[in-house]
Structures are given as C-alpha cells and as structure tokens.
Design a protein around this ligand. Structure first.
Ligand SMILES: Nc1ncnc2c1ncn2[C@@H]1O[C@H](COP(=O)(O)OP(=O)(O)OP(=O)(O)O)[C@@H](O)[C@H]1O
Length: 508
C-alpha cells in the first residue's frame, strides 16, 4: 500500500506505481507448467521458455491496448463514515493497489462532512482532467456524486435545472461505485454483487453502463434526482420513521418497516402519467435488464427522444395519452431500476430497465393488512421460502387486484387538497389508522396525518406535490449490468440464505 500525501485544498494525489503487471507476466509459463496463486486474486505463471513468455506479454499488451475506454485518471471520494466505517480501509487495501497496477492516477478526497463531495464536484473540481469519478461509500454517497456531477454538467452547458421540461445534458464523466455503505443497492443493481474488487475491475477495464435519471420538481423548483426508488406512502413513512432512529444503525429499517406496516396508513391523491410507447414493454414482462440489454441499447438519440416525446405529447393531448388516477393508496412507487438488493434479489420491479428512458409506476391501493403483506412478501422473491411457508405467495408481485403497474416517461402527483377539515370530516379524509387514534383532540386538519412524504433514493423530499420526468441515459457508470451467471447464483436458494444485506462479497 502506498501512502498518500496531503495536498493543500484537501485533495490527496496518489502517483500510480509502475506497471507491475509486466514483470509479473514475464514469469508466465508454458501450458504444462502450473500457475500458482499468490495473495488475493493474483495468479503467477512460470515459464522456462523466454520466447513464449515474451509472446504472451506482447499479446496481452495488444489486447489491453484494444480497451480504449480504460480510464487513466480518476477523482476518488471516500466517505469514511459510510456503512461500518470501512470505506478508507477498503479503498486503500483492496482498490488502490489494483488502480496502481493498471497505471491509473488518482486524486483522493476523504470527505470531511456530508455534501462535501457534492459541493466539491459542483464548484471546485477540475472534472475535465478526469475520465471518471469514483465513489467509495453507500447509496447516499453515490447520490451526492450524482447530484454534484449532473449539476456541474448543466451549469457548464447553461441549462437551468429548475425548468421541469429542460432537456438535461448527459454527463461526460463516468461514475464508479466501490461499495462501502450499509445497503449499496445501486451497486448491487448495476453490477450484481457488492464486492469492492469486482467494482474496481469494472472501473479498470472501462466498462460502461448507461443509466436513466429521474428529475423531480415541485412547480418550477428543482428538488432532487433519483435513479432507483421514488416512494410515497409506505416507503416514505418507513424512511421518515427510520430517520428518527438513526442511533439504532441499520436495524432501524426493520423496526420502522414493521411499525409502518402495522400502522397500515393510506393516503389520498391523484397521479397523472404519460405512458411509455407500447414497444417499451411492461413491468409485468418476464424479460429482465441484463448485461448488454437489447431494450436499453435501443435508446433514441436525444433529438429523436424530443421528437418522439413531443409527438407522443401531441398524441396524448389529442387522445388523452396522459392518464389520471385518483384514489386512496397505501404506496405509490416509481422504480427506475429493478431495485434488486440481497434481500430482494429480483427487486421491487424485476423487469425495470436501467437505461430505457422509463420508470415503472406501481400503485398499491388501499387493501387489507394481509393483502398488503402478501404483496410485500412477493418482493422478496424467495421462492423456496414461499413454497415452504405460504403457497399462495408463489404468484407474481403485481398479481393482485389492488396493485396496478404502468411503464411511464413522466408522472405528476398531487396529494389531496390542503383544506381545513372539521373533526367530523377527519373520518372521511385519508388518515392514520392502526396504533393512533383516528379522532384526536385536534380541531383542525393535520397536514402530516393526511400526507405521507416522498422517499427519493433514501432522502425525504420537502414537498408532496411533485413532477417527475425520466432523463434517458443521463449518466454512465463503470459497470456492465447484471450478468446471467450472477442471476443464477442469486436464484440459488443456498446463496439466498447466505446473503445478508450488510455482507460484502469478495472474489478473492
Ligand atoms: N465525512 C462525512 N461525515 C458525515 N457524513 C458524511 C461524510 N461524507 C459523506 N457523508 C454522508 O453520509 C451519508 C451516508 O453515507 P453512505 O451512503 O456512504 O453510507 P450508508 O448510509 O451507510 O450506506 P447506504 O446509503 O448504502 O445505506 C451520505 O448521505 C453522505 O452525504
């Protein structure tokens, strides 16, 4: 491990080590001689035939030269407090040595406060200098990098992000994720595993995975970007409650989940959405987004998209393509990716695509607690568990009369109007049920009792009335999506029982 030296502005520059891969390869052997492993993931081949060794080196170097997208310079942000506070150690022990061998130079910033990385990217960072930005941390840290990079790109290109209909400029710099958080859902859903070494290798070979980003506005004010889950109702309430229990660590999510489930709240509002074209598939499809996904490869150019969208909008205005649904909902979820994680290996919307320019809107209407429980359990997709315990759970997650799903390009949500209600009216308004009295001593309408909050990739939004627009392929990750082989592993019951949310899997 090479020690980094501190630079004045908090940036630490690490000069890459010389390419140790070449001398190591010079020891490579004839096929009869065996290779031996030395240390983590390192294979040393020995050969008595000098000419053959040199030929191997030549071929390997030629192959490496073909990987023209390999990054040469990276800006790395480490959150030292993410997950189990192992970010710095993970980077220094598992990732930095690999970057060194790949001759990648790095500037490393260990963050000193929340939003340090976002603010640095937004204003100070000389991003033209880098081929990629690497985030060492969890989903919250990734979100910081996402916001910093998108914001900087729009500023540099003169785009006002407050305009809900603005066409955002895609980021030219790739993002790499080294998982070191509590859940690391974004990494899991784009790589198929939460392993720092695997992620480092994806960065080194310059893999490229485009990804859609939802922009979220309240009227003409930009709120946040989302790449995974926007959830109102159940997932908003779980997050709100869990934020009050931060001191408990990751266990707070389970406790808040149970509490929110038992509360069994529902909320009234209206949701309007612009459905995706018919050829964009349906959330109920069996086809899943995998490495080299053919659906995501057919993204039209931004000009085409604009044309398509305006034509679609025109058509919508003409024949009512924008649809509006009013009702009482336990949950309104928009999944822009499968949202797969070790606990739910297929995710909230198993066939959602990473980069098709759509999001899957899942509306869960008011229903009984038992019905909602069966819906939640189906998300775990743990077939073996379901077969053993509840045969009825073997159906698909969306296979309920109270659940409807739509693949959409845009949607708007308006909660029930903020009118003043008398006590009598309260019995008719969306309400908190379960452990709280429906009629309390209050005399006025209580906004917080009748409204949930939006959970936007793990952050609470300050407004409930929102406009959401999918920005197709706005960013690129150093990843290649989930590969089929990984999926087989995930569906293996033995693997499933072994997978725990905070486990980091190693290929060593
Ligand atoms: N130096 C720092 N001090 C305090 N907070 C920080 C620092 N650097 C980053 N943060 C904030 O910490 C929050 C959580 O970090 P991170 O996402 O890395 O870990 P996590 O919450 O454990 O993982 P996950 O988001 O996957 O559950 C982020 O929202 C980020 O803004």
């Amino acid at each position: 491990m090479t020690k980094t030296t501190k630079r004045p502005e908090g940036v630490r520059r690490k000069q890459s080590r010389p390419p140790s891969c070449i001398p190591m390869l010079s020891q490579f052997p004839t096929s009869e001689e065996q290779g031996s492993t030395s240390g983590a993931g390192e294979v040393i081949f020995h050969s008595a035939n000098q000419a053959l060794s040199e030929q191997w080196i030549k071929v390997i170097n030629e192959q490496l030269a073909l990987l023209t997208n390999r990054p040469k310079s990276l800006l790395v942000y480490i959150n030292p407090y993410g997950g189990k506070r192992r970010g710095k150690r993970i980077y220094e022990q598992k990732v930095a040595p690999l970057f060194g061998r790949a001759c990648i130079s790095t500037d490393v910033i260990v963050t000193e406060r929340a939003n340090h990385a976002r603010d640095h990217l937004k204003t100070e960072a000389n991003i033209d200098k880098y081929d990629g930005v690497v985030c060492v941390g969890g989903d919250g840290m990734f979100s910081e990098i996402l916001h910093g990079l998108i914001s900087r790109t729009q500023t540099d290109n003169g785009v006002d992000p407050n305009q809900p209909d603005a066409e955002l400029v895609p980021c030219s710099v790739h993002i790499g994720i080294i998982p070191a958080g509590s859940t690391d859902c974004i990494c899991f859903a784009t790589v198929g595993t939460n392993d720092p070494v695997t992620s480092a290798l994806h960065i080194i070979v310059g893999d490229s995975q485009p990804m859609d980003v939802c922009s979220v506005h309240h009227n003409d004010s930009f709120l946040r970007y989302s790449v995974s889950l926007l959830g109102y109702g159940f997932y908003g309430d779980v997050l709100t409650d869990s934020e009050r229990k931060r001191w408990m660590g990751p266990a707070r999510y389970d406790l808040s989940g149970v509490k929110t489930f038992l509360s069994h709240n529902y909320y009234e509002g209206s949701i309007s959405f612009l459905p995706a074209e018919n050829n964009m598939g349906d959330p109920r499809d069996k086809l899943q987004c995998r490495s080299g996904c053919s659906v995501c490869q057919h993204k039209p150019s931004s000009k085409d998209t604009q044309w398509e969208m305006s034509e679609e909008k025109e058509k919508s205005d003409r024949v009512g393509g924008w649809r509006t649904i009013r009702g009482k909902f336990i949950a309104i979820n928009a999944a822009s990716m499968s949202c797969a994680c070790p606990r739910s290996p297929k995710g909230l919307s198993p066939s959602a695509h990473l980069a098709d320019g759509t999001t899957d809107l899942i509306l869960v209407r008011k229903c009984s607690r038992l019905d909602f429980l069966t819906h939640l359990l189906r998300h775990t997709n743990k077939d073996q568990f379901e077969i053993k315990l509840f045969k009825c759970f073997r159906r698909e997650a969306f296979d309920h009369s109270f659940v409807e799903v739509h693949r959409v390009r845009k949607f708007n949500f308006q909660p029930q109007q903020n009118e003043m209600h008398s006590l009598e009216d309260l019995t008719e308004t969306p309400k908190k049920t379960g452990f709280r009295p429906i009629c309390s001593a209050q005399t006025n309408y209580n906004y917080h009792d009748s409204h949930s909050s939006w959970n936007c990739d793990g952050e609470i939004l300050p407004h409930t009335a929102i406009r959401v627009s999918v920005q197709p392929q706005l960013i690129r990750l150093f990843a290649r999506g989930i590969e089929e082989q990984q999926q087989c592993l995930l569906e293996d019951p033995c693997t499933l029982w072994a997978l725990e949310p905070n486990t980091h899997y190693s290929v060593d």
